[in-house]
Structures are given as C-alpha cells and as structure tokens.
Design a protein around this ligand. Sequence first.
Ligand code: IFM
Length: 440
Amino acid sequence: MNSPARFPDGFVWGAATAAYQIEGATTEDGRGASIWDTFSATPGNVRDGDTGEPAADHYHRYREDLDLIAELGLGSYRFSIAWPRIQPTGTGRPNQKGLDFYRRLVDGLAERGVSPMATLFHWDLPQELQDRGGWENRDTAARFADYAEIVFDALDIGDWLTINEPKTIVQSGYQFGDHAPGVRDEARAFVACHHLLLAHGLAAQVLHDRHPGRRIGPALNLHPTYPADDTPEAARAARHADGLENRLYLDPIFKGHYPEDTLRWISERGPMRDHILEGDLATISTPIDLLGVQYYTPHFVDGDGERVFKHPTAQAEWLEIYPEGLYDVVTRLTRDYPRVPLVITENGLPTLDEPGPDGRVRDEGRIAFLRDHLAALHRAVEEGARVEGYHVWSLLDNFEWAQGYSQRFGIVYVDYATQKRIPKDSALWYRDVVKTGELR
Ligand code: IFM
C-alpha cells in the first residue's frame, strides 16, 4: 500500500470566511450601510430575496465559532473586516464598537492559539463611497488606505490580505452586474480594476511604513486557462483568457506593468489607460510578502473564446471540478512569479447535503473534492511549489452572494432557523488531516 501523502511540518491549515457572508447584525453598533445591503435589498438581485441578514449571526455567536475553530485544530482563521463597521460612511473617525468587535475576535483567536489572517476588503464597500463613484472614483483608493491605517494600528494581526478577488468585483460587479454594485459596463469595469489595484498598493505601503515585519498581499482568484482543442485559434483564445483572468492582476503587482496584449484589448473598449497616472504602477507593485491564492475552477476555451466545460460541475455551475488546475496554478506561480510565499486562501465546493435523522451531514462529495485538491497541492509542494498553507472555503455555510443561502460551502452546517452549527463529515475528515498533516 502507498504511504499517505504527508504535508511538510509547519504547513498551516485553516478555514476562511467573509464579514458580509457570516456576520449578520447589519445595522448594529453603528455599522453603516454597504453596497451589498443596498444590492440585496433590491428585488430580483439575490435568489429568494435573501440578504446578509441574519447570515450565520456570527456577530453575536463568534465565541461559539471560535470554539469550533479550536475543536477542528485549525492553525489559521481567515476572516474579513467590514469597512462600514469601522467607518460607517467610508471616511472619518473610526467607530469604536466596530473596532471592539474585531479586537474581541482577534483576542479570542489568540486565547485558542489560532493565527488570524484578516482581509481588509471582501466586497462590502460603504454605500456612501459608492454614491461618490465607488471604485470608478480614484479617491476611493485613498479612502481605502485611510481605513487600512485605522485597522492596522488597532488590531494585532501579523498577516493581512488587501482586496479579495479584485477580478470578481471587475467581472461580476461591473461587467455582468450580478454582484453589487450591479453595473453592466465593460468600460467602467476596467477603470474600477485599476483603482482596486491602486488601493491594494497603497494599503501595502501603509502597512510596511507603520508596521515593518507584518505581512501583506492580495487574495487573487486565479483560473488556469487551457485551449479546449488543438487548434491555433483555441491556443490564442486561451492566452487571451489568461490575460483577463490572471495576468491583468498578477503582472502589475509582481512586474509593475499591465500585460500589453490585455491592456490593448481593454483600451479598445474603454478609457482605463487614461486613468493610469505616473507612479501608479510603482505603487501597485509595492513588494508584497505573501500571495493569497483562491482556486475553484479552470477555464477551457475554444477558438471563439467561448468557455467549454470538460469536467463535472458543482451545484455552482461556474465551478468545474478539476483538481489538476490547483497544481497548475501553484506551479505556474512558482515558476513565473517567483519569491513570494503562496497561501491558499480559498478552495471549496457547495453541496446540497442536509442533516440526516441522526443529525449527521454526510457530505461525501465535499470530502472527495478536498482530498483530490489537497493531493494535487501536495504533489506541487513536493515538487518545490512555495505553498505555506491552505484555507478551506468556508468554515460555515453562509450568504453566497447572488445565490443567497441556496449554496452551502461550509464544512460546518448552519441551520439558519435556529442558528445551530453541525460540523459536517467533511469537517471531521479535515480535522484529521489537520491533526496528522496526512491525506488518507
Ligand atoms: O463565497 C465566495 C467568496 O466570497 C469569494 N470566493 C468564492 C466563494 C464561492 O463563490
């Protein structure tokens, strides 16, 4: 029998969440409105009219959730800070009660021996900043740096992530409009893209200036792209898709320039280039200390650039199950974007499993998904990929954006009516992996 795959000593095991998806309490303790409150309150935007209220009521139940994290033996917990809890209108003096909540959370992690990893921005922009133009307005990047300074100074956290999935904001928030702020305009999307990257760079500079020794990086969802067939047209289309999915974010951050082929294509569609001012790319390429990598799906494309599905999909139809893609992403990063340590900050699957009569949630599909992805990751690590750790998405079932509560990504089941938590079979399986460092 083959010996089990064993991850290196010191490999960090964690789970991830985001504020709007779990906290609830959207009007409590001085929290201001965010664009997701506005968007989800608008009929037709979110499935079944769901909103971020009450989500997993984590704002009130965080102690119970901290205990769950400790029971699973996790070494790291990735969460996000809700900007509108800290600055209800996106500018000005901090709201003490908002800061206190995250202080209690961070203290609770420390008491349980768990390292915090905090995301500054996981999509819940203060509504007032949106009213002033949101990410299309360059000033939002400066406001983001102010907000970052407040939380950097207030919270004792070593590892920070700047912007969660700028690409999803660009594509879903501004191109397709299925996420807040619900814009459907390609030209505006790429202007927002530049300002998101600028905000990332400004925040990285603030952390390095004020707290040398702490680490920061972006959390990028990277979709490896492949030609769906052997034609030169498909190969060209895959390269183009790689520009829009990956290099548009990686190249400015790591190399200090946008990929020329992608920028040319974007410039034919809108004014992004006019918004790139002198010094911006130097700011965006401020050296980072870690790269958060989120992997869910590959993109196979045909000669017309159309996506072709070659593997089974999840309940989330965009998620084509292809563990090899995770291997390809981290080996490519190790080869093409050297030096910076990689942390898998998200990877996971929604399943429909409900508690059985005995109360157990038998989510075998998720266990298979996690095992296969971790096996691919292990192979990459064995071959030298610089991956420090892995966070499953997600600790808890939660508000899955436009899909509301219909898609459950948690390894812990949440009964939204009672707010009871039930660790699924996958959580128990993951607990064993965490404990032994081995995949069985
Ligand atoms: O739930 C999201 C998360 O907020 C960002 N990454 C993808 C997850 C699943 O869609």
